[in-house]
Design a protein around this ligand. Structure first.
Ligand code: ADP
Ligand code: MG
Length: 704
């Protein structure tokens, strides 16, 4: 029997069971079943004394004697209570059901091994319905040291595939197919890393002989899983770098130099300079650039983007910036037009609301090359938008752009003697992605990080207040407004509860209007159901300082820049995710004044909710926040991961196993240096596994 055979080849697996395994867990072949890993183990190698017991949910095993048994009457029926002692203390064993026959079977003063979860009552433990056997019985059995517990579903349970049955099937599988498990790593590799062999690893992941072997098995299998993903990502990057031609922005010309020397309104930070160098190296190399630029809100990504575009223009190319929202596109446009006002570089704006006449003008300018920089929204992706020679596309706040859309950009570039040369791509994100995750998700991208804020910024003060303190918060707003500042008040708007959220927003707006009456105070409101023109109008009023308070939903989340706004009040803050809170907070603290972020919540907070708010109060470091976010939510919810292989990991965890990930990545780098095509004889089984994975696992095709 081999691992490609259907599970029905396994003794004890009927057609009905096979169908269940498939429909419930997607398991088809023996190999699939072999890779259904236990998610925990019942450790019966460890004994506890009563004095060592801890108030946690783990199951424990104790040796002791029953010293007395009594029946306690309760409302309905009775419960059986046995006093159980060892040398260190005494506890109770309790049965609510079957009291009668259990009572008869209990032997007083005979040593027992008991096993189960604990209940704690007034600081003392008891164990309801323990599994128990006498020490004599225990010793007479061949003990399976650690028992695997497999992932299951309700249906599997009710249809008779209990954990015990699953264990039995996998045991049989090992008996029948152990010989056909193939080693996937070369011998030298195993020796170098002191791995367990593949067979031994699989055996010990299912039926560990002891803790140490389990740890070794897990290490090997996690390493292997991460290693092959890294191998794929790295190879893809190699191919891109060697095969994909990119435009060469050879020289730094007049446009760049003139701007840099005469119009740059500030000195670049060290981090901005470093990132710019990294980009220049890429675009000068003749290879295609595919770079992710990470930088916290306010770290100054825009100027880096602009300088990069000037470089493209100096070399005869056009450039574009795409933003996720119209508000943001307009803001980029205004900002860049202002920065370039004393140059002869031609910039224009294209969004969904651009009028037909203007559109035509833009199309013409793009096609004849007289328009140098196009800033806009998704509208840029429309087929009608064609460039004469698009050299670089910059995507701001990339999480809102899908892979397919990125591909569309490629079609906008001119061909170079037949072959398409795609524009260089620079993706900018303010959502910091922890390095470990970035490595596994964007392993084929190059990453630059702006890890330094422009000088002179004051750290935003963040506090958490309960709803009942709202009056105090309003008072604080009044004081700030009296000093000439402006404030945001943001409400959640979640798609699933849109109608209700919308009502909350309107109620909030009304109560704020009452508290801050006109004409003394002016209030703006912006939400997703407004027409773009109305939104712009309101944004504009706030930006100009005509209104002091901006009541809004999260449409202002990304990128909006009003330096005079110094207070961010977030209503129902517990309903926002961490990265969203961080983004929102980034709307203030953009000017010279001390800024504040006030998180309002109800008293009822989940423990995750509490952690989120606490994290916000404790730190403004986007990378730290991202790490916490990743821990709370898992990689599945972090941007970009949906398209990657990291979600389908069977055993490794990109967060917890990041040290292994780094080792695996390094090993993959070393391997590709020695043997880029995996054609050396000693790497034959690596190549075989690699090819197989490429065919079956999606990550090759999914990552753009
Ligand atoms: P983000 O990275 O969030 O897109 P921006 O590019 O909008 O940040 O920059 C935030 C603010 O900081 C802008 O007002 C910008 O002019 C300013 N800024 C950027 N770089 C510097 C710098 N090196 N020194 C001073 N101010 C800077
Ligand atoms: Mg920005």
């Amino acid at each position: 029997m081999n691992l490609n055979h259907p599970v029905t080849y396994i003794k004890g697996v009927s057609v009905a069971r096979a169908e269940l395994l498939y429909s419930e867990l997607g398991i088809k072949t023996c190999g699939d079943l072999l890779h259904l890993f236990p998610f925990r183990y019942i450790d019966k190698t460890q004994f506890y004394t009563i004095s060592q017991l801890q108030q946690n949910s783990a199951e424990v095993q104790i040796v002791g004697k029953i010293t007395g048994v009594k029946t306690v009457k309760q409302k309905r029926g009775s419960r059986l209570v046995a006093t159980f002692s060892d040398n260190t203390g005494t506890m109770e064993l309790v049965w609510f059901k079957g009291a009668k026959w259990i009572k008869d079977s209990l032997k007083v003063d005979v040593p027992y091994v008991i096993y189960g979860k604990l209940n704690w009552y007034n600081g003392t433990p008891n164990m309801p319905h323990p599994e128990m056997e006498t020490v004599k019985e225990y010793k007479s059995k061949l003990q399976m040291a650690m028992q695997p517990v497999y992932p299951s579903t309700e249906k599997l349970g009710t249809k008779g595939i209990s954990n015990k049955v699953m264990r039995g099937m996998i045991q049989n599988l090992f008996q029948q197919a152990y010989g056909s498990i193939e080693e996937t790593f070369p011998q030298y590799f195993i020796e170098e890393h002191q791995f367990l062999g593949k067979k031994e690893s699989l055996l010990n992941i299912h039926f560990p002989k002891n803790q140490e072997l389990l740890a070794k098995a897990q290490y090997r299998l996690k390493f292997e899983e991460l290693f092959f993903i890294q191998l794929q990502l790295l190879q893809k990057k190699l191919i891109r770098k060697s095969k994909l031609k990119g435009f060469v922005f050879e020289h730094v010309g007049e446009g760049f130099t003139n701007f840099y020397n005469n119009h740059l309104p500030f000195d670049l930070t060290g981090a901005q300079k470093r990132v710019l160098k990294e980009i220049r190296k890429d675009v000068g190399s003749g290879a295609h650039m595919n770079r992710l630029l990470q930088g916290d809100v306010g770290s100054g990504k825009t100027i880096v983007a602009l300088l990069t575009m000037l470089l493209a223009i100096d070399n005869g190319y056009q450039a574009t910036i795409m933003a996720p929202t119209e508000i943001l596109a307009i803001q980029h446009y205004n900002g860049i037009v202002d920065l370039l006002k004393n140059t002869n570089i031609h910039v224009d704006l294209l969004t969904g609301s651009t009028k037909t006449k203007k559109r035509r003008e833009i199309h013409t300018g793009l096609e004849d090359g007289s328009l140098h920089i196009l800033i806009g929204t998704h509208a840029i992706l429309e087929d009608k938008v064609q460039f004469k020679n698009l050299g670089i596309a910059i995507i701001d706040e990339q999480h809102r752009f899908g892979v397919a859309q990125r591909r569309k950009l490629w079609e906008k570039s001119p061909s170079d003697g037949g072959a398409i040369v795609p524009p260089h791509i620079l993706v900018m994100t303010a959502t910091p992605i922890p390095r470990t995750l970035a490595m596994s998700v964007y392993g084929d991208l190059d990453i630059s990080v702006i890890d330094e804020l422009p000088p002179g910024r004051k750290e935003i003060k963040t506090v958490h207040r309960y709803d009942s303190n709202r009056l105090g918060v309003f008072k604080f707003l009044k004081d700030e407004i009296a000093k000439g500042r402006q404030a945001y008040v943001v409400y959640p708007l979640i798609q699933e509860s849109e109608a209700m959220d919308y009502k909350d927003l309107m109620d909030g707006y009304e109560s704020i209007s009452r508290e801050f009456p006109s004409p003394k105070y002016q209030i703006s409101i912006v939400h997703g159901q407004m027409k773009p023109a109305d939104k712009d109008y309101e944004m504009e009023r706030f930006a100009k300082g005509d209104t002091q308070i901006m009541v809004a939903t999260t449409v202002i989340e990304v990128g909006v820049n009003v330096p005079n706004a110094s207070v961010m009040v977030i209503e129902s803050a517990e309903r926002f995710g961490l990265s969203q809170l961080h983004q929102l907070r980034g709307r203030v603290g953009r000017g010279a004044e001390q800024s504040y972020c006030i998180l309002l919540s109800s008293y009822k907070l989940s423990s995750d909710g509490k952690t989120r708010l606490q994290t916000m109060v404790e730190t403004t470091d986007g990378f730290k926040i991202a790490e916490v976010d990743l821990k709370l939510r898992g990689p599945g919810n972090i941007m970009g991961t949906q398209q990657s292989g990291v979600l389908n990991l069977k055993i490794a965890d990109v967060v917890k196993d990041s040290p292994i990930l780094q080792k695996a990545r390094q090993a993959a780098i070393n391997l590709l240096q020695e043997d880029p095509s995996l054609s050396k004889k000693e790497n034959a089984n690596l190549l075989k596994t690699y090819e197989k994975l490429r065919k079956t696992s999606g990550i090759w095709s999914n990552i753009s």
